[in-house]
Design a protein around this ligand. Structure first.
Ligand code: ACO
Length: 401
């Protein structure tokens, strides 16, 4: 193997790796992932243990600052977030400019970018203290923007949160509180939401995280980098898959529930249809997050007394794929997005908001990766290419073409 120094020394040598299937873009101490063994750890702690024992804000702190906070650290962090949860009222005018039909991910990416204008100090972070406050502010304001995006769609007033609640419960209340109604939720709903957010919180150098790092590497600022990450997450091959999965399951149900027909479509190379929620660039045995979410989906549906035929269709597809040579040969297993939509639906979250929920969960991971990159003063991301176009040719004037 050639080491990096030797590679650099051989001038003109460029590695072509479309999709970066085998290219490391950085060294990172945040998330460990073993796709063959189905292992995922944040800062050394297993995802299974964190999902069972930790709260989302603790995990956010862990990812960003590298250690599990003690009580005092967590309380201070939460208090700082609460103190910064006001969003400039002018932002409401920007939100008002969007048509009601706008996709929430597009709205959220724009609003996150717009936050820079109202928090210019978040761009040129020259000390860890500046960074801390840029981080606290976005963890405080992003949930408000998420809630407003949903509330605008539903024609509800754009309210603020409730400081007496935990971070996740507050998000839930901001999203769903109706005017003149007492806000009510239950532990099952909040626990399920907490778990989902934790499971989505980081996943090393995926498409959106790499986007955040590469945009951040130009020193564009945290919020601009996050806005780009949100756009990257939106795509159906990445975070947008959770919305696509549910739409696919609903279509299968509306079409009579014939899962075999859709399995055949997915295998047909002349048909662009893919089984959404299946396959992963890195996991080649199983996605550990999908295992936890499958169990959680069953529990939540049972606890809430919901009998959802969509879950049966999902289980049917997963079982058939496990026994199908095409899927087995290509190591295509249900990924994190396959079951998450079923829980979101049970919790009353509209389908269009599913990817937004993913973004909420991924926010601490993006922040942690951005912070790590900036603290290490990584160079600007600038991949090379191999040019395959025309050789030099003479210009032809318009009248002679
Ligand atoms: N349904 C049917 N066939 C599939 C699927 C699928 N969901 N996924 C991959 N394949 C096939 C491909 O057609 C290809 O077949 P071939 O070797 O005969 O050409 C082979 O499996 C390998 O697929 P690639 O697209 O090369 O794998 P890649 O690593 O580039 O893509 C991806 C991974 C994007 C996740 C892909 O599996 C996919 O499109 N899945 C559906 C979308 C999805 O669920 N995305 C969410 C991923 S998780 C996340 O981002 C949070």
């Amino acid at each position: 193997a050639i080491d990096i120094k030797t590679m650099r020394a051989i001038s003109g040598m460029i590695t072509i790796d479309p999709g970066y299937k085998n290219t490391g873009s950085c060294e990172s101490a945040i998330t460990f992932l073993d796709g063959e063994k189905g292992i995922l750890r944040y800062r050394g702690y297993s995802i299974e243990e964190l999902a069972e024992k930790a709260e989302f804000l603790e995990v956010a702190y862990l990812l960003i600052f590298g250690h599990l906070p003690n009580k005092e650290e967590l309380e201070r962090f939460h208090n700082d977030i609460k103190a910064e949860s006001h969003v400039d009222e002018e932002m409401k005018k920007i939100l008002d400019g969007f048509p009601k039909s706008a996709h929430p991910m597009g709205v959220l990416s724009s609003l996150t970018s717009a936050l820079v204008a109202f928090n210019p100090g978040s761009v040129n972070v020259s000390s860890e203290k500046d960074m801390y406050w840029a981080i606290v502010k976005i963890l405080a304001k992003f949930p408000v923007l998420v809630a407003w995006t949903l509330r605008k769609k539903k024609g509800l007033p754009l309210d603020y949160g409730d400081d007496s609640l935990g971070y996740v419960e507050n998000i839930h209340k901001m999203m769903f509180k109706k005017p003149n109604h007492k806000y009510e939720t239950n532990k099952i709903v909040i626990d399920a939401l907490d778990k989902l957010l934790i499971l989505h919180a980081d996943h090393e150098q995926n498409c959106s995280t790499s986007t955040v790092r590469i945009v951040g590497s130009s020193h564009a600022g945290l919020y601009a980098s996050l806005s780009a990450g949100i756009s990257a997450l939106w795509g159906p091959l990445h975070g947008g898959a959770n919305q696509a999965v549910l739409e696919m399951l609903e279509a299968i149900e509306a079409d009579g529930g014939d899962t075999k027909k859709y399995m055949a479509k997915a295998k047909d190379k002349n048909d662009p249809f893919r089984l959404m929620g299946f396959g992963h660039r890195v996991y080649k045995n199983f996605d550990p997050r999908a295992k936890i979410i499958k169990v959680a989906a069953e529990e939540v549906l049972a606890d809430l007394g919901i009998d959802d035929p969509i879950l049966e269709i999902a289980k049917g597809l997963a079982k058939e794929a496990l026994e199908d040579k095409y899927f087995v040969d290509r190591k295509l297993y249900p990924n994190v997005d396959f079951y998450s939509g079923i829980i979101y639906r049970a919790l009353g979250i509209p389908t269009e908001m599913f990817t937004v929920m993913f973004a909420l969960g991924r926010l601490p991971g993006w922040i942690a990766q951005w912070r790590e990159m900036r603290l290490k003063s990584e160079p600007i991301g600038r991949p090379r290419q191999v040019y395959t176009g025309e050789k030099q040719r003479p210009f032809v004037c318009l009248e002679n073409r």
